[in-house]
Structures are given as structure tokens and as C-alpha cells.
Design a binder for this molecule. Structure first.
Ligand code: NCD
Length: 307
């Protein structure tokens, strides 16, 4: 049961919770399609505190809350808040919890969302903490895969790009280890998945690591491509040497199976060329669109708005 719980790590959700979120997401999609808004939590307020840039995540959280009939308070630009005066995260959270029923936070420091949840009496959702985790992205990633293939078990999934700093792949790999899947981790040598993330999964699923994408192109069902996370590099020359490591273009896609799909949490920089957008394998915009119903489901389950 997710009711009244914080979601900081994907580990905070059980496999049963996944099922409940996905079933509720189907209902939310229906409500969006039919234009009938579910005003189940119209008395609730969500505070979104974004200490790092975001387009999709903040907008989809806020869209989800509005579609549920709830209200949103937002700090999208910390320069305009008391954080710029030196207020601590703990004090900001103590205020936000007294103004709202649920807090969504994105922060550049790993662990910040967990800290926030400790100071808060209302549920906290982690919308990305540094290179840590991004659990709600994982929910929409899994939902997208499940919708496309009708299942997750039995699939071969490649995670490609910046596996060291990319928080979406940290949460996703952890979640995938609960399924019967084969995972290929494709990254430059210096951007391999951190050992503390890998060690949580290795014993449970079949995982292989490589720097080479071409040998697995014809083999996988899902290619989950990620951006090299420029903002995490202290040495920008190192970043410059790594961009363009894996460029997915029409030629790359032609080597994939016909029913393979290409996903990306977005924003993309140069990892997927624009020509791929019109190919049947491209799923990243559909994936991003799933962010609204998935977050509607999660928010309403946490706030007790589902009956
Ligand atoms: C991701 C993030 O913020 O971690 N974006 C998102 O939330 N959709 C991926 C990224 O920024 O590369």
C-alpha cells in the first residue's frame, strides 16, 4: 500500500505497488481520453520544489495534479525563493509541509530527497536527486514497456549511454531486477554503472556490460538511450570527449529487430538523430506522454484518492 508513503527510491515500492500503479494508470488514461476529470483529490495541494532544471517532470507532475482536480504550489526557480538567502533544505521542507499535502522535490544532491522525507510529515516524491534516483521516471518507463509488449518478463533490454551519472538508469535497473529480463549495459568505460547499483541486481538477473553497441543491435527488444550528464562533470574536457559516444541514427535502427523500440527519458542532445523520430521504433515521445497518467496514478494512490 502506497497510501501516505514517500517515494524516494524505487525500492520504496513493492512489486504489488507496481501492479497497482499500472492498473490505476490505465484508469487515468481512460479518464484523460474521455475528458472526464476525476476530482478525487480536489481538496489537496501539491508543492513542487525544483532545485534543478526540468521540463517534462515538473510539467507532468503539475498536469497530473490539475487533472485530478488538485492544486499546485511551485518553486521552479530557487533564485526566487528563500533558498537564495541561505535557507536550509530542512527549513524549506518544514514550511512546504505546512502549506501542502504532498511535496515533489528535485535536487542536485544525491540523498536530498531522502533527507527531505525525514523532515516532512507529508509524503515526499523524489523527482530526481543528483546522480541518485528518479523513481517516477522508472514507473513510466516500465509502464511504457509493458504497454508496448504486453509484458516485461522475457525481454532483452539495453541501457545505453551515461550509466554512471544517469539517475533514471539507476532506478530502472533496480526495478528490472525484479523481472525475468536480460539486461545489456552499454557505456563508455569511464561511465559504467556504479558498483553499488550493479551489486543490488547482479545476482537476480542476467546482466552483461560492454562498451560496444553494434553487437547487440539485432538482439534486444528495448534500447533505453540516455544523455551524457554534462552537469555532473567537473572536467568539461572529459564531457566533450564523451559526447557522441553512441549516436542512434536511421542506420543504427535498421540493424535492430523490426519490433524493437527506442526509448529515452529526454532531453536528448545528440544521442538520437531527428530522422529516427518518424521511424516506427521511436517511442520516446509516447514514453514522455505516459508521464502524466502514471503520475496521476501515483499521486492519487498516495493521497488516498482511488476507490
Ligand atoms: C532525466 C533526469 O532529469 O534525470 N530527465 C527527465 O526527468 N525526464 C534525464 C536527463 O536529464 O538526462
Amino acid at each position: 500500500m502506497i497510501k501516505n508513503h514517500s517515494v524516494v527510491s524505487i525500492e520504496d515500492l513493492s512489486s504489488e505497488d507496481f501492479v497497482e500503479v499500472f492498473e490505476t494508470t490505465d484508469r487515468m488514461l481512460e479518464s484523460i481520453k474521455s475528458g472526464k476529470h476525476l476530482n478525487t483529490i480536489s481538496d489537496k495541494i501539491m508543492a513542487t520544489l525544483f532545485y534543478e532544471p526540468s521540463t517534462r517532470t515538473r510539467l507532468s507532475f503539475e498536469s497530473a495534479m490539475h487533472r485530478l482536480g488538485g492544486q499546485v504550489l511551485t518553486v521552479a526557480e530557487t533564485k526566487s525563493s528563500s533558498v537564495s538567502k541561505g535557507e536550509t533544505l530542512a527549513d524549506t521542507i518544514r514550511m512546504a509541509e505546512s502549506y501542502s499535502d504532498i511535496i515533489v522535490i528535485r535536487h542536485p544532491l544525491e540523498g536530498a530527497a531522502r533527507l527531505a522525507s525525514k523532515f516532512s510529515n507529508v509524503p515526499v516524491i523524489n523527482a530526481g536527486d543528483g546522480s541518485g534516483e528518479h523513481p517516477t521516471q522508472t514507473l513510466l518507463d516500465l509502464y511504457t514497456i509493458k504497454k508496448e509488449f504486453g509484458k516485461i518478463d522475457g525481454l532483452k533490454i539495453a541501457l545505453v549511454g551515461d550509466l554512471k551519472y544517469g539517475r533514471t538508469v539507476h532506478s530502472l535497473l533496480s526495478a528490472l531486477s525484479r523481472f525475468d529480463v536480460k539486461v545489456s549495459l552499454i557505456s563508455p568505460e569511464s561511465l559504467r554503472i556504479p558498483s553499488h547499483v550493479l551489486s543490488k541486481t547482479r545476482s537476480k538477473i542476467d546482466v552483461e556490460e560492454s562498451v560496444n553497441l553494434p553487437p547487440i543491435l539485432a538482439d534486444c527488444d528495448v534500447f533505453y538511450v540516455t544523455r551524457i550528464q554534462r552537469e555532473r562533470f567537473t572536467d568539461q574536457n572529459e564531457y566533450q570527449s564523451l559526447i557522441g559516444s553512441y549516436a542512434i541514427d536511421t542506420h543504427t535502427v535498421s540493424a535492430m529487430k523490426n519490433d524493437a523500440i527506442v526509448m529515452h527519458p529526454l532531453p536528448r542532445i545528440d544521442e538520437i538523430s531527428f530522422e529516427v523520430d518518424s521511424l516506427p521504433q521511436a517511442r520516446y515521445f509516447k514514453q514522455a506522454a505516459n508521464g502524466v497518467p502514471v503520475r496521476m496514478a501515483l499521486i492519487s494512490l498516495i493521497l488516498g484518492g482511488v476507490n
